[in-house]
Write a protein that binds this ligand. Structure first.
Ligand SMILES: Cc1cc2nc3c(=O)[nH]c(=O)nc-3n(C[C@H](O)[C@H](O)[C@H](O)COP(=O)(O)OP(=O)(O)OC[C@H]3O[C@@H](n4cnc5c(N)ncnc54)[C@H](O)[C@@H]3O)c2cc1C
Length: 418
């Protein structure tokens, strides 16, 4: 479908977005495709906004969104700059294969693309006209007078739009203000921390049959994936107290070496190639689902601001991409200005079954991957090894059933709750 065919009369002429992460940038592009003016405000400076640790999976469901946006140019650039997600799976830490899938399980040539986060941010940023993203603006609060929303920033400046979209991440201040508070409650600690970074594949021998692999130990796991151009991203999870750091053991590299020393190759060799200055460590959090209502009046939320997950499915960013598309699409159903709040609530209630399911399955996969008892790990590995692949695939297949479409007859987001 050509852009001109999908631009329709809408009473939402201008959207204000808070947050220049994956969700906010994707939503801004989707608005422009729909003929809606958009201003995106980001608290960080541009170089910081375009940075980020390690790599990210943009899976097939989210890639379908990018195929539709900006006449497919984001989609094309992701393929040019990233690594395709091909076969991959889970192994024991001694490298016994437990589960492997191939893109065929969803009838595709690949399951999407992985790439380094700064590259993804840069690609998304470049889709927007120069004056769309305004950096150095720290959101403070908003006033919704029923006809428009006025947004206030910490430096006293303001912006006004027909709707306000909070895409400001895990600690979303837009969400806090919706709850009548200045700051959100602390998120829920998952019990694990994560190290992330990247390495060059020329220094390690990797099994060429797999573009990604995750090794399960007791209370920890290690994974790597192809992010294109000879680079790979890695991650390591470990059960630990919140707020920890690696000072006591002499740094992040040392911590990884100690933790994963008894894993089979290629894990120790990968760690050997790492550079301390490019390793990030974070505690991992999520929040209980909000239910069917995320916003109020002319204000809504997308991405982590609405539904932060544990990162065990590699779908947090992908769900933000889906949100961005579905929200931009429903805005074109508001020919009557009075409908705007109800259309935003419909967007939220249509999205919630799918994102709530991602939340639940993400936690389940995390609990399995982070099992720490001897018996728990034995049964986990044994069950995965004995389960037929087609049955194990069902755990993930529904994620790929999402089929975004500009078609108004599919309003508001068919297949959202498959
Ligand atoms: C270890 C790990 C691995 C992951 N792997 C994957 C993966 O492979 N695939 C995947 O899809 N997802 C993955 N995720 C999840 C993914 O990273 C997040 O879901 C995604 O980045 C969220 O994007 P967002 O745009 O909603 O929020 P963010 O990326 O958090 O962006 C929010 C933006 O808002 C800005 N902001 C915050 N407050 C304000 C304010 N007051 N005023 C103005 N601006 C503000 C911030 O500076 C930031 O730029 C992973 C997460 C982790 C922790």
């Amino acid at each position: 479908m050509q852009i001109s065919e999908k631009v329709v009369e809408t009473s939402v002429k201008k959207a204000i977005v808070i947050g220049g992460g994956i969700a906010g940038l994707t939503f801004a592009r989707a608005c422009l495709d729909m003929g809606i003016e958009v201003e995106l405000y980001e608290k960080r400076q541009l170089d910081e906004m375009l940075s980020g640790p390690g790599g990210i999976f943009i899976q097939r469901n989210a890639m379908r969104v990018y195929k539709l946006l900006w006449e497919g140019r984001i989609y094309q650039r992701l393929y040019e700059q990233g690594g395709k997600i091909l076969s991959g799976g889970f192994s024991s830490k001694k490298a016994t294969l437990l589960y492997v899938n191939t893109p065929k399980f969803v009838g595709e040539e690949d399951l999407g693309v992985c790439l380094l986060r700064p590259k993804l941010q840069q690609i998304l940023y470049e889709t927007l006209p120069e004056d769309t993203v305004k950096t150095g603006f720290n959101f403070s609060h908003f006033e919704d007078n029923g006809e428009n929303v006025k947004v206030y920033f910490e430096d006293g400046s303001t912006a006004t739009g027909d709707i306000l979209v909070g895409a400001d991440g895990l600690y979303s201040k837009v969400r806090a203000r919706l709850n009548g508070t200045e700051k959100q409650q602390e998120p829920l600690y998952s019990g694990m921390c994560c190290w992330r970074g990247y390495f060059n594949s020329s220094k390690v021998t990797l099994d060429e049959r797999y573009s990604w692999m995750e090794y399960w130990g007791r209370g920890n796991r290690f994974g790597y994936f192809d992010v294109g151009g000879g680079e790979y991203s890695f991650y390591g999870f470990n059960n630990s107290e919140p707020g920890g750091n690696d000072d006591k053991v002499g740094g992040k590299l040392k911590a990884l070496q100690l933790l994963f020393s008894d894993y089979a190759e290629p894990v120790p060799s990968i760690i050997q190639t790492l550079d301390e200055s490019t390793i990030y460590r974070d505690d991992i959090f999520d929040r209980e689902p909000l239910g069917v209502e995320w916003g109020r009046g002319r204000v809504t939320l997308i991405g982590d601001a609405a539904h932060p997950f544990q990162p065990n499915l590699g779908q947090g960013g992908c769900m933000g991409i889906e949100d961005a598309f579905e929200l931009a699409k429903v805005l074109t159903f508001t020919s009557d200005d009075k409908q705007v709040p109800s259309v935003l609530r419909q967007f939220e209630s249509q999205r919630s079954p799918r994102v709530d399911r991602v939340f639940t399955v993400s936690r389940q996969v995390g609990n399995l991957g982070q099992s720490s008892s001897v018996m728990g790990c034995f049964f986990r590995n044994w069950i995965y090894k004995l389960t037929p692949t087609w049955l194990a695939d069902l755990q993930f297949k529904w994620l790929f059933d999402y089929q975004p479409s500009w078609d108004h007859n599919s309003y508001p987001g068919e297949n959202l709750s498959n």
